[in-house]
Design a protein around this ligand. Structure first.
Ligand SMILES: NC(=O)c1ccc[n+]([C@@H]2O[C@H](COP(=O)([O-])OP(=O)(O)OC[C@H]3O[C@@H](n4cnc5c(N)ncnc54)[C@H](OP(=O)(O)O)[C@@H]3O)[C@@H](O)[C@H]2O)c1
Length: 325
């Protein structure tokens, strides 16, 4: 029988989401941690077929077909290459890497090896956000005018996120890059961005909040407000897309989308796989089996990162900055 197992590289927070999804889909798992006891406990909890105390050993297991890189950002290139060099397909957590040169290396190695390289951009697979994309593509909103993506709240991260060397930045390169992806997916490729950061509330490697204005194709304006240093806000945060014929208002947790416009009001509710983890893993599994490029491929991950890095340059230089292609 063909190898079908997925190796989880790192047994931290996001690895738990992927493990739960793999179990639901019946995809066998191999758990790899730097600490064998941790890998064993993880494997027991999620019913993984085996546990390893070194990433390098896990990727060489003959049952493995792919690997999911669930490690801090500055390790993504190293861990993806470990898997690719062992002949595995790779699903790498966002951001694909913290630097464009690292992305180019990763994409180059995957292409040369003929392996799938996909970014674990679960927003792309959230039913509510796919619904928004359909509304835009079908013309229900008319001609696009503005996208306002608001993702603000309060959280105090710890561990490697306090080290800018490991994370590559602050909130924008971490949770914010999901919304950058939506900005591009829904509104087109940003040509130029201008970013400002308010005074800090929360200790973090990089910025704890950012407001980003983006020039999108056709004069469309994109705005992203992303923060984990904003106390007192409700947990409901939203993404609105306004066109000449109406506006869609999506709950960022993916439970509903409200459409109001020329043709009345419609509320769409979503109950299953609201965070898109099942659909994401199904897409990776299918890409591995068919060899067809997935939606969230390395090139998409690179474009998301390029917008984030342009925003960081804008913050540093206090001026609008062109996005590197
Ligand atoms: N898609 C999403 O919604 C989402 C949500 C959260 C995070 N993420 C992404 O997932 C990745 C991991 O984030 P996380 O929140 O899961 O982090 P985490 O809980 O800290 O887990 C990271 C894991 O990486 C491994 N690791 C290897 N070298 C490490 C080092 N030097 N320091 C710390 N850990 C190290 C550790 O696993 P072992 O000790 O088992 O080897 C650790 O448990 C990041 O790319 C992050 O941006 C995505």
């Amino acid at each position: 029988m063909a190898a079908r197992a997925l190796v989880l590289l790192g047994c931290g927070w996001i690895a738990r989401r992927h493990a739960a999804a793999a179990r639901r889909l019946g995809i066998p798992l191999l758990a790899a941690s730097r600490d064998l006891a941790r890998a064993r406990a993880f494997a027991r909890e999620f019913g993984a077929a085996d546990a390893f105390g070194a990433y390098e050993d896990a990727v060489r297991d003959p049952r493995a077909a792919g690997a999911i890189v669930c490690t801090p950002h500055d390790r993504h290139l190293r861990d993806a290459l470990t898997a690719l060099e062992a002949g595995l397909h790779v699903l790498v957590e966002k951001p694909i890497a913290p630097r464009l040169a690292e992305v180019d290396r990763m994409v180059g190695v995957a292409d040369a090896a003929g392996r799938i390289l996909m970014v674990a951009e679960n927003f792309r697979f959230m039913p509510a956000f796919r619904h928004v994309h359909r509304l835009i593509a079908s013309g229900r909103l008319g001609e696009l005018r503005e996208l306002h993506l608001v993702a603000r709240g309060y959280r105090r991260p710890g561990g490697w996120r306090l080290d800018v060397g490991a994370s590559g930045g602050g909130v924008l390169i971490d949770a914010g890059i999901h919304h950058v992806h939506n900005l591009r997916w829904w509104g087109g490729e940003p040509r130029r961005v201008f970013a400002l950061a308010p005074p800090r509330t929360v200790a973090l490697g990089g910025e704890d909040a950012v407001d980003l204005l983006a020039e999108l194709p056709g004069g469309v304006v994109g705005f992203l407000s992303n923060s984990l240093g904003a106390r007192g806000l409700p947990r409901v945060q939203w993404s609105t897309v306004t066109g000449t014929a109406g506006t869609s208002l999506a709950d960022n947790r993916g439970r509903w989308v409200l459409l109001r416009g020329e043709r009345g009001t419609r509320l769409s509710l979503f109950f299953r796989d609201t965070r898109g983890h099942l659909a994401l893993l199904r897409a990776f599994d299918e890409a591995m089996r068919t060899g067809r490029a997935p939606e969230a491929d390395g090139a998409a991950g690179r474009r998301d990162l390029a917008v984030v890095l342009a925003a960081y340059r804008s913050l540093a230089e206090r001026r609008p900055v062109d996005v590197e292609c």
